[in-house]
Ligand binder design. Structure first.
Ligand code: SME
Length: 137
């Protein structure tokens, strides 16, 4: 039953729901922080497998969000210097931090194959998703 689902199974279900219901969400995954090692670790995700399962704080869009504690919306990944490419099909990215007890503990990361698809509505929606996620962690 649902009550026996692990946290990772729940997070994977969220990835599946988002990827399948929003046509411009093409890769959806979670990264979680180790604040001592200053690294992010890939959690559950849906989409193409990525080599970037460990990301140092500060590196790439994800690593920058680990430090800034703020949403990062990238309308055109080609215009970013500090960007880690996972797939040549990706045109845009959004990363929204997850806070637990006021601490930035991870993030949701979404890649899009559509140029400049993310709006304020995506930010507000993903902030809501991240709030709900932090409640199951
Ligand atoms: N593009 C990200 C790396 C993670 S992949 O999108 C799955 C970044 O620049 O941090």
């Amino acid at each position: 039953s649902d009550t026996t689902k692990s946290v990772d199974e729940r997070l994977l279900s969220i990835c599946q729901l988002l990827e399948s219901h929003l046509e411009y969400y093409n890769w959806v995954g979670f990264y979680f922080a180790n604040s001592d090692k200053k690294e992010l670790y890939l959690g559950p995700y849906i989409g193409e497998p990525t080599d970037h399962t460990v990301i140092p704080f500060g590196k790439g869009i994800c690593g920058q969000v680990a430090v800034s504690n703020e949403n990062f919306v990238v309308p055109d990944v080609a215009a970013q210097d500090n960007y880690i490419a996972c797939s040549i099909t990706v045109k845009a990215e959004i990363v929204v931090p997850i806070f637990k007890d006021g601490k930035n503990i991870g993030q949701i990361d979404i890649d899009s194959n559509t140029p400049d698809p993310f709006t304020d509505k995506d930010e507000r929606f993903l902030e809501f998703v991240c709030t709900k996620v932090s409640e199951i962690l």
